[in-house]
Design a protein around this ligand. Structure first.
Ligand code: GCO
Ligand code: MG
Length: 412
């Protein structure tokens, strides 16, 4: 079974997505997600200009060989653009293999280790009353694990808080925080670490007071703290028993996590911006983290995230794959299949895609009992509507940039 064609589809049903469609000579079609938020066209070009010509005529079953050919064969290794492109190819080939086998993909990855993948949703509010409404809504929808983000007194707009304009859409559509904005230039946000560190513990105290001890709570610091600030935050949140504290420091320096780890028992998650197993080498071996955040879409696909998770399993580190709306339904479907099969699955992030997005991708995973199930269709269970996708052309969009009060650019 040879690869006959590969098409890169850029579509923007509410937000931009990059999808690779691979077709074999016997007409089997597979999909892969290569969306890189705010840099989508770089991946599209990497695929169209450099990868697609290499795929034509290759054995569609040779997934590992193709992965190594694209990774080692490029000479230039790693990096988010390269690894998102490789992820798109790898995912599409797994989709094809499972369709040919007539099995849902998780069966080829070892079969089900669980009935459903526990997921967490995003509650947010500019203040406590708005946050409580959002938490209540999530609980009513059946979420059992919830990420908590709020505004910080004195700061105009803060990462992770859904804007009130979008939150008051007025219909039944639930709005999740969406950071990328369609604009000529990135939006600018402001930041003050001391104000944030003073405020966050009081938010968790209020949430535990209102909603009790059962619900799993998570929080994302989005790479903004120094190791010692992060250690302080972890310690101050210990009474509220977090499921995890995410991305406390900029991710490049693995050693920073040693300082954090030695000061707090709050579980740590990191890695949504990592793209290979090498980024976790020390973090996992020294047991400096509890959860791996890499999604299939940004870390080289199913084959390489499975490699990371096998390494992590030796050290009791679990998965917590990134699942924002900028991972497409194809990337999320792949995560749910892998999460169903992995023994060391931990939790899956689940930001619900808009109706418009779901209409284009036609995912068949199902949310029930606080978790996602992959469904029983052969392959990933994606029904991509190309005609509809073509009605939503790419629109330039950027993630925000962040500045301290004195104007210095800070980690966003
Ligand atoms: C998360 C992430 C996202 C990212 C976004 C960037 O934990 O879900 O931090 O909110 O900021 O995916 O593209
Ligand atoms: Mg995050």
């Amino acid at each position: 079974m040879l690869i006959e064609r590969a098409d890169v589809i850029v579509t923007s049903p509410g937000r931009n997505f990059v999808t690779l469609k691979i077709t074999t000579d016997d007409g089997v079609v597979g999909y892969g997600d290569g969306t890189l938020n705010g840099r989508e066209l770089a991946v599209a070009s990497y695929l169209t200009d450099h990868v697609v010509p290499l795929l034509i005529g290759r054995d569609a079953h040779a997934i590992e060989d193709t992965w190594q050919y694209l990774y080692r064969g490029a000479y230039w290794r790693r990096g988010p653009v390269t690894m998102a492109a490789i992820a798109a190819v790898d995912t599409a080939l797994w989709d094809i293999k499972a369709k040919v086998a007539g099995l849902p993909l998780y069966q080829l990855l070892g079969g089900a280790s669980r009935e459903r993948c526990l997921v967490y949703g995003h509650a947010s509010g500019k203040d406590i009353p708005e946050l409580f409404d959002s938490v209540r809504q999530h609980l009513e929808e059946g979420f059992r694990a919830i990420r908590i983000q709020t505004g910080v007194p004195g700061l105009d707009s803060v990462y992770g808080v859904a804007s009130s304009a979008a939150a008051s859409i007025g219909d039944d559509t639930r709005y999740d925080y969406e950071p990328a904005r369609r604009s000529a230039l990135p939006a600018e946000e402001n930041w003050d670490t001391r104000a944030y560190l003073r405020h966050v513990p009081s938010v968790f105290e209020a949430v535990r007071g209102e909603f009790g001890e059962d619900i799993a709570l998570l929080h994302d610091a989005h790479h903004r703290l120094t190791p010692i600030q992060a250690a302080k935050l972890g310690k101050s949140l210990e009474p509220y028993d977090l499921f995890w504290l995410e991305d406390v420091t900029p991710a490049e320096n693995q050693e920073a996590l040693r300082w954090v780890r030695h000061h707090t028992t709050t579980p740590l998650a990191i890695g949504e911006v990592f793209n290979s197993v090498w980024d976790y080498q020390h973090l996992i071996r020294e047991q400096l983290i509890d959860y791996v955040r890499s999604p299939i879409t940004h870390a080289g696909g199913i084959s390489s995230v499975r490699r990371i998770m096998d390494y992590a399993a030796m050290y009791q580190v679990k998965s917590g794959m990134h699942g924002p709306t900028d991972v497409s339904p194809v990337g999320l479907a792949a995560a749910v299949h892998l999460g169903t099969a992995l023994h060391n699955f931990g939790i899956q992030e689940y930001m619900v895609h808009s109706e418009q997005t779901r209409a284009v991708f036609g995912p068949t995973y199902e949310f029930a009992g606080g978790g996602l199930r992959p469904g029983e269709e052969p392959g990933l269970g994606i029904h991509f509507d190309e005609e509809l996708a073509a009605q939503h052309p790419y629109e330039r969009a950027y993630l925000p940039v962040n500045r301290l009060q004195d104007g210095t650019v800070h980690d966003w």
